[in-house]
Design a binder for this molecule. Structure first.
Ligand code: FE2
Length: 278
């Protein structure tokens, strides 16, 4: 297995890129950030040796996670043991990791598994303090139900986990909610920041504009889906009417868990729920 690590530094924040290669192709890249003695996310377990090298270079006293997914939590149990430090996350992340969860065979192949771990819960009112910084957890569901971004107001930084990733999204996991992500993105663009320390695609300038771009893309997309839904079309028909193209390799390798059509399904599912509540 080929794994690689690269390191960067911006404004005193050290960040590390952890990639996994299969048959010579990069199949996953994720970043972990070091702010003073704090580590934000822990990379995939396939990059265990590399994150241990990072831990050797910093005096880490605390870990926080953006959410429970295996490319963020893959080494949290190991690091807590090796460094003898506590890790903190959203209460739902704490619950999921305490019980432990089995990743899919494909996720195991790409990222590796996740060991159960006893984290401590962080509330939105709990400020994470380091020697020079104060980070506020911002609850931002939509990608998953346990997602936190971390906001450093004084410096205008946002550690955004998996909420951004790209301006335009082509595929969705079946657990994601597009309409919930819109609400989370609205919450974030109301904050004052420019640096987006994204877990897959960091933007050290113009970060808020990137979130605005994604918000606009999602609002346009949801508006189109709703228009066709109100005309009586189902998700599959809407997918065709919108001229969307499926990536069948993604769809079949993930048994339909990660594909383009899920974007339409997500909006239709939420619209149905909202209609029932009226
Ligand atoms: Fe994720």
């Amino acid at each position: 297995m080929a794994v690689r690590r690269f390191n960067y530094e911006f404004d005193g924040v050290h960040y590390y890129r952890f990639s996994v290669y299969r048959l010579g192709s990069n199949v996953q890249t994720v970043y972990a950030y070091v702010v003073d003695d704090l580590l934000i996310d822990t990379a995939q377990s396939h990059n265990q040796e590399n994150i241990l090298l990072v831990a050797e270079q910093h005096k880490l006293n605390k870990i926080i996670l953006t959410h429970h997914h295996e490319d963020h939590s893959g080494n949290v149990s190991l690091l807590m043991d090796v460094l003898n430090v506590d890790a903190y996350a959203h209460p739902e992340t704490v619950r999921i990791l305490k019980r432990g969860y089995k990743v899919s065979p494909l996720a195991q192949f790409i990222s590796g598994g996740v060991m159960s771990a006893h984290l401590k819960p962080l509330l939105e009112t709990d400020i994470v303090e380091t020697a020079h910084h104060r980070l506020q957890p911002i609850y931002t569901p939509g990608h998953c139900t346990d997602h936190y971004c971390y906001y450093e107001k004084e410096r205008g930084w946002l550690f955004s986990g998996d909420l951004y990733v790209a301006d335009k999204i082509k595929y969705f996991a079946n657990f994601e909610s597009l309409l919930t992500q819109i609400e989370s993105l609205k919450k974030l663009v109301a904050l004052d920041f420019d640096v987006l320390f994204c877990a897959h695609n960091p933007k050290t300038v113009g970060g808020k504009q990137r979130l605005r771009n994604k918000l606009q893309f999602f609002e346009d997309f949801a508006g189109q889906v709703e228009k066709y839904y109100r005309q009586g079309h189902n998700a599959r028909q809407i997918f065709a009417l919108m001229g969307m193209k499926e990536n069948y390799l993604n769809k079949y390798l993930t048994f339909g868990n990660f594909c383009a059509e899920n974007m339409v399904h997500s909006v239709v599912k939420d619209l149905r729920k909202m209609d029932k509540m009226k």
